[in-house]
Design a protein around this ligand. Structure first.
Ligand SMILES: Cc1ncc(COP(=O)(O)O)c(C=O)c1O
Length: 405
């Protein structure tokens, strides 16, 4: 018999179906049986709002030289015209960067996370992460088997007192932190935002204890109350902050484009790492993204999509108010795409998922955002489902939660 398993590398053996694959597969099975499935899972775009006509127009109007650039191999760090547009776009958020040396274009922020993992993380390195934190960052970091230290996320984002306590504990153990991974604005999964004071304290602690910060900012632009909160990278004076953001939440996840800003030496290393993975990004997507930025389509799209998401958030909150059990607690997100629901500890939302799928609603169990066993949270997405599906999905889920409370 052909034994597939014996051929895997150590890393290959560690790849197991993640929650997204499992939930999506289960949902697909249900749909094959002709059942409707309402997805409150990933952070996908509101389908009718995708800027397809703007992108069509860009390609219709592209001159011959642009097609030659688009359809050719490109620079590993990305099309220069896109990096220049990105530098201008980020300067509005207070991030000053040299597009020639300090930016690399990536296949979404997910590739930026993978590049940082490859270039900076060795097995056993101490990494600080939020408790809870973005599940696919956790799985990317896990490839290198670091030692995770979780730092509490409360209503104001990462708790800097808890961070200081962790630093003291590490000192007592004679261990040093290599890297802090942080999502300061509308954190995934909690949607919490860090105050300016906390951000400044994080920067001070990085200086004091000599570690790197990796800031992930996909949601900052989706702000329901005022402008995007200033990113850590906009406050950083020492160059310790590596910063990633993405087109996925503001323009289109299908473009598969993100970017990473860091010291030029770090970018050179990450460019070498990316050469080995993909050589360069897709030229068509990069050209479209550069033009969307140049034409002002991105700055016009952000308030439009934010308004759509604010309405959907309100509808989800309103429906939860009358459908969810009394014991359920949740936040009111000031931006981003998710609601984070806490149930009493006796409720196991991982075990509840199969029944929810059977009733036609998919969600992400909170356990996937922690390194340890925590089973009483649910992350709900409001950007993707239609308004009627939000109402129907939340009512079904509310009924199930009541039965399990
Ligand atoms: C916190 C965070 N980082 C990174 C990503 C990856 O996004 P993408 O690869 O589509 O840019 C996501 C996607 O949901 C996310 O929530």
């Amino acid at each position: 018999m052909f034994d597939h398993d014996k051929f895997y590398s150590r890393l290959g053996r560690s790849f197991k179906p993640g929650v997204l694959t499992t939930v999506v597969l289960a949902a697909f099975e249900m749909m094959k049986q002709g059942k409707k499935m309402i997805s409150l899972t990933g952070g996908s775009y509101d389908p009718p709002s995708l800027p397809s006509s703007e992108i069509k127009r860009i390609f219709m109007e592209a001159p011959r030289e642009a097609w030659e650039e688009m359809l050719q191999y490109g620079n590993t760090v990305g099309m220069l015209r896109l990096r220049e547009e990105l530098a201008g776009f980020m300067s509005e958020a207070g991030i000053k960067t040299n597009p020639g040396k300090e930016i690399i274009v990536t296949t979404g922020s997910q590739e930026a996370i993978d590049l940082v993992t490859r270039v900076f993380v060795d097995p056993g390195d101490v990494m600080l992460i939020g408790k809870p934190t973005y599940l696919s960052a956790l799985s990317a970091f896990r490839q290198m088997d670091p030692e995770f230290r979780e730092v509490t996320i409360d209503g104001d984002g990462m708790d800097t007192n808890a961070l200081e306590d962790e630093m003291k504990m590490l000192k007592a153990e004679e261990k040093k932190v290599k890297l802090l991974y942080i999502i300061p604005s509308f954190q995934n999964p909690t949607s919490a935002v860090m105050s300016r004071e906390r951000k400044l304290r994080v920067l001070e602690l990085a200086e004091e204890h000599d570690f790197l910060i990796f800031e992930d900012n996909p949601y900052g632009y989706i702000s329901f109350e005022g402008p995007m909160p200033t990113p850590l990278a906009g406050l950083d004076k020492s160059g310790r902050v590596m910063y990633t953001s993405t087109f996925s939440k503001i323009v289109s996840p299908g473009l598969r484009l993100g970017w990473l800003v860091a010291h030029e030496d770090f970018i050179a290393k990450m460019s070498e790492a990316k050469t080995r993975i993909s050589i360069c990004n897709d030229g068509l997507a990069q050209y479209a993204a550069a033009e969307l930025l140049r034409r002002g389509n991105v700055t016009n799209q952000i308030p439009r999509i934010t308004e759509v998401y604010r309405k959907k958030r309100d509808l989800m909150l309103e429906t939860m108010e009358y459908s969810f059990p009394e014991e359920a607690e949740w936040n009111e997100p000031k931006g981003g795409l998710f609601l984070w629901v806490k149930m009493p500890e006796r409720v196991n939302t991982t075990e509840m998922l199969m029944e929810s799928l059977k009733r036609g609603v998919a969600y992400i169990p909170g356990s996937n955002f922690f390194t340890g066993p925590v089973h009483n949270y649910i992350r709900l997405n409001y950007s993707f489902p239609s308004e009627p599906d939000i109402v129907e999905g939340i009512q079904i889920l509310g009924g199930l939660l009541k039965e399990n409370s």
